[in-house]
Design a protein around this ligand. Structure first.
Ligand SMILES: Nc1ncnc2c1ncn2[C@@H]1O[C@H](COP(=O)(O)OP(=O)(O)OP(=O)(O)O)[C@@H](O)[C@H]1O
Ligand SMILES: [Mg+2]
Length: 168
């Protein structure tokens, strides 16, 4: 039944941005439950540890009873199955996202045709927001106010201070 649909929203969330928050909020209205799945094995070296990223997402969504924050490794469709999820949520910001996202969706459908990928457009003010760009802007001393949750802005500030102290 549609009313019982559990969705998984996978990503690296390094860090969580306002674009991610918007997708999760909308997902929490669309689905019975949305599981934010933080990917464990990223090949790039992350800025935030997995447990920092989990803490951040849990604190931002503390008041949402149907948002779960979890970590996963391995095949996404297997993870979805383990969560009882029949939907994978992904955001589609620009044409540049399209090719990779389409390939992933088709491959996941091949691996498990019972799991549907649902694409969501970004909220208009966050169309250009990505974790990578947020990190770049902060590293160069720019402001990301409003583009990330306040707790993330604070933690980014702490990371930058820690790095500056190390360098001094
Ligand atoms: N601003 C945004 N609006 C809507 N969807 C988004 C936004 N940013 C990311 N997403 C989606 O969230 C999912 C998780 O993405 P991911 O963790 O890779 O974030 P990202 O911002 O793309 O980070 P990175 O820059 O490190 O790739 C993906 O489906 C991505 O398309
Ligand atoms: Mg990405």
């Amino acid at each position: 039944m549609a009313a019982d649909i559990i969705a998984v929203y996978p990503g690296s969330f390094d860090p969580l941005t306002s674009g991610h928050v918007d997708i999760i909020q909308r997902g929490s209205r669309l689905f019975a439950r949305i599981v934010v799945g933080i990917l464990l094995n990223m090949d790039k070296s992350p800025l935030f540890t997995v447990s920092e990223r989990v803490d951040i997402a849990r604190s931002v969504f503390a008041a949402y009873t149907n948002v779960e924050v979890d970590t996963f490794d391995g095949l996404l469709v297997e993870y979805a199955r383990s969560k009882g999820a029949s939907v994978i949520v992904r955001g589609l910001r620009a044409i540049s996202d399209f090719e990779y996202e389409m390939q992933m969706a088709l491959m996941n459908h091949h691996l498990n045709p019972h799991v549907e990928t649902v694409f969501m457009p970004p909220a208009e003010p966050y169309t250009y927001v990505s974790s990578r760009l947020v990190k770049e802007v902060v590293a160069l001393g720019g402001s990301v106010h409003g583009l990330v949750p306040e707790v993330v802005e604070q933690r980014l500030r702490e990371k930058r201070l820690a790095r500056e102290t190390l360098r001094a």
